[in-house]
Design a protein around this ligand. Structure first.
Ligand SMILES: Nc1nc2c(ncn2[C@@H]2O[C@H](COP(=O)(O)OP(=O)(O)OP(=O)(O)O)[C@@H](O)[C@H]2O)c(=O)[nH]1
Ligand SMILES: [Mg+2]
Length: 214
């Protein structure tokens, strides 16, 4: 039987409650901005197959709960992630101030080579508290890509996931053929803003999955 995709990548979203992780995922997988999106309980997942550079890529997207009480559950999803999207809300400074705590979690629980992307969400809001340059600088300091998005207006959401897929393909290919020189990997996306990262927690896993098209 022929597989309908060449690569399967696991992408995990983390970050404070209310920053818009679920809205980003639903925008990407379902093309909508859900009214009255409720807090995520535990972890949700969605699947979407995308085509990048003529390859079919299956993205398995794990959307974790930001609420503190779910932390021990969400931690168990870090390990298998190929990419981690760390999200804050550009209109809510405290969500940015928590980033070092999230990085400590990532450091502790994720694979050291995980692709890390910092995302400042809700750019449609006019009450911005975190300047773009501050987010950018933070990302740079911590070896992460950076992108600002609006799940509401669909700004940069497709780009976020497609660039992740492209970078992961690149990494996978470099693994197939031993690289002549190790360049650190993160340098080749090149786009302006994108400058520069299982088991038991079944609370609602599987119940709301596979929302995307194939
Ligand atoms: N203006 C604006 N509001 C957004 C955007 N994305 C999400 N929101 C709103 O922010 C709130 C929280 O969104 P969620 O996607 O549920 O946030 P979350 O990060 O998944 O929260 P937890 O599941 O509790 O961790 C909702 O009221 C959304 O409508 C955005 O891009 N712009
Ligand atoms: Mg959520």
């Amino acid at each position: 039987m022929e597989m309908d995709y060449k690569f399967l990548f696991k992408v995990v979203l983390v970050g404070n409650a209310g920053v818009g992780k679920t809205c980003l995922v639903r925008r990407f997988t379902q093309g909508l901005f859900p009214p009255g999106q409720g807090a995520t309980i535990g972890v949700d997942f969605m699947i979407k197959t995308v085509e990048v550079e003529n390859e079919k890529i299956k993205l398995q997207i794990w959307d974790t709960a930001g609420q503190e009480r779910f932390r021990s559950i969400t931690q168990s999803y870090y390990r298998s992630a190929h990419a981690l999207i760390l999200v804050y809300d550009i209109s809510c400074q405290p969500t940015f101030d928590c980033l070092p705590d999230w990085l400590r979690e990532i450091q502790e629980y994720a694979n050291a080579k995980v692709l890390k992307i910092l995302v400042g969400n809700k750019t449609d809001r006019d009450d911005r508290e975190v300047p773009t340059s501050i987010g950018e600088e933070f990302a740079k300091q911590h070896g992460m890509y950076f992108l600002e998005t609006s799940a509401k207006q669909a700004d940069n959401v497709e780009r976020l996931f497609y660039e992740i897929a492209a970078e992961l393909i690149e990494q996978a290919r470099n693994k197939e053929v031993p690289p002549r020189s190790e360049t650190g990997g993160l340098a080749n996306l090149g786009n302006k803003n994108f400058s520069q990262s299982n088991c038991c927690a079944s609370l609602n896993v599987g119940m709301s999955g596979s929302g995307g098209n194939n």
